[in-house]
Design a protein around this ligand. Structure first.
Ligand code: GLN
Length: 473
């Protein structure tokens, strides 16, 4: 079991070797039996660890010195296969590093491999991967959640203390909740999307999965900040790691925590009970619980599946058998080459999204669906703005139920989509949100609590998360 990223970095900066840390993590990655890891970078990781040791020996102090990190397979790693777990990108080797990956290396982290995910990050269970599903380390007959299921399972299983995920509609936070890890989706634009294989460009955000909020803060500090290669990226103006490390619970005093009534409907009793316990503990610690309302939140899932599919249909038009990956062997004409490659190599869920997205963007339906969804998105953003005049952070459950069984929702896409009901609002509004492990149900399945904060208020979000996490222990 890996130690925290903080303690590894402290040890390596203090003279322990990155090579040893990384070799141990590589052994754990090779022994993975959950299907969390889809690529192990054995040789390059040891080389990178040697470089870190040399930098430390030369006098540098590195925030992530020698910390082994796994990268979701839709985030480009130079000279490594990066496939978004799709057959259409089989064998694709990225010519460059994503900005987030490059920044991790600069901070002294060592990339040890890639993690499993739903194909093109479309899913909530990590079952649509071309490599097969990821199992939940807490219950091997259950899903790890998705789409960053491999990253969540790898951290939960202790292979590495940190993994990067991507979150378009909950894909970091939902698997974090299912596996019992911490998962942070930063503000839209906080982390550069350069090198992230695009799904829904107005929603996508890269973020860390970690054992606890302090490690998430450490990772975010390394990867955040403006990037000339992503025009939607914003300047890095916060010290994420400063927030209340010493006496975390004291950071809760006076904090106004918003809760809203619809979060109690349709939520499994064990999760509702954990949420109630959290509110009581927060009250005892000096936080103020206030009731808020997000009247348009009930439209979030519908709104998301119009906007995200529209953007996905557009983004995925680049996979044509010519620019990236393999091509169909049976095509006689150029048109056939395009259509057969796509037909043979995209999975069912991806095809469903492309068809839906093409429909909502088509001339006769654009106003009725895509434009209307953008209007609803605007109303939801206003709901959040109003809510945040009355509270500092919003607290609720991350998911309505704990991890479901493998295969249980594969034939019912609507049920699958509904497992993101609480996480999607943060993507539509572009605000930061975090899932924090907060105990288990009677079957020992992990339960996650969801914290949301206003745009660019990651410091406040992490302060609340560290405080809440201190109350759990
Ligand atoms: N489960 C959602 C979907 O399938 C969210 C995916 C994501 O955040 N990448 O679209």
């Amino acid at each position: 079991m890996s130690r925290s990223a903080r303690s590894i970095a402290a040890a390596v900066n203090g003279g322990a070797t990155a090579v040893e840390e990384v070799a141990a993590a590589l052994d754990r990655a090779r022994a993975d039996d959950t299907g969390a890891v889809v690529r192990v970078d054995a040789d390059s990781a040891i080389d990178e660890a040697r470089t870190v040791d040399a930098r430390v020996a030369a006098g540098e102090t590195l925030p992530l010195a020698g910390v082994p990190v796994l990268i979701k397979d839709n985030i480009c790693c130079r000279e490594r296969t990066t496939t978004a777990c799709s057959r259409i990108l089989e064998g694709f080797v990225s010519p460059y590093d994503a900005t987030a990956v490059e920044r991790l290396r600069t901070a002294g982290a060592v990339i040890i491999g890639a993690t499993n995910m739903d194909e093109f990050a479309m899913g909530s269970s990590c079952e649509t991967s071309c490599y097969g599903p990821t199992r939940n380390p807490a219950a091997p007959d259950r899903v790890a959640g998705g789409s960053s299921g491999g990253s969540a399972a790898a951290v939960a299983a202790g292979i590495a203390p940190l993994a990067l995920g991507s979150d378009t509609g909950g894909s970091i936070r939902q698997p974090a909740a299912f596996c019992g890890t911490c998962g942070l989706k930063p503000t839209y634009g906080r982390v550069s999307r350069y090198g992230l294989i695009a799904f829904g460009s107005s929603l996508d955000q890269i973020g860390p999965l970690s054992r606890d909020p302090a490690d998430a803060a450490l990772c975010l500090a390394a990867i955040a900040g403006v990037d000339p290669r992503d025009s939607s990226s914003v300047p890095h103006a916060l010290d994420f790691t400063a927030a209340a490390d010493e006496d975390a619970a004291a950071g809760l005093r006076g904090l106004r925590i918003g809760v809203f009534p619809s979060h109690r409907e349709g939520v499994e009793p064990a999760i509702a009970a954990r949420l109630a316990a959290a509110c009581a503990a927060l009250g005892d610690a000096g936080a103020e619980i206030v009731e808020i309302d997000l009247p348009h939140e009930r439209y979030a899932v519908a709104c998301y599946y119009v906007i995200a599919t529209g953007e996905a249909a557009s983004n995925l038009s680049r996979y044509d058998g010519v620019h990236y990956g393999p091509r169909s062997e049976s095509a006689a004409t150029l048109d056939e080459l395009y259509s057969r490659t796509r037909d043979e190599r995209f999975g069912t869920e991806v095809k469903r999204r492309i068809l839906t997205g093409t429909y909502v963007l088509s001339a006769g339906y654009f106003d009725a669906y895509y434009l209307q969804a953008q209007r609803v998105r605007n109303l939801l953003c206003r709901d959040y703005a109003t809510a945040f005049t009355r509270c500092d952070v919003i607290l609720g459950p991350t998911t309505p139920a704990p991890a479901f069984r493998l295969g249980e929702k594969l034939d019912d896409p609507l049920q699958m989509y509904l497992s993101d009901v609480f996480t999607i609002g943060a993507n539509l509004a572009g605000i930061p949100a975090l899932s924090l492990p907060w105990g288990t149900d009677a079957d020992d399945l992990p339960i996650g609590l969801h914290l949301q904060a206003p745009q660019l208020a990651e410091d406040r979000l992490l302060r609340a998360a560290k405080g809440l996490s201190a109350l759990a222990s």
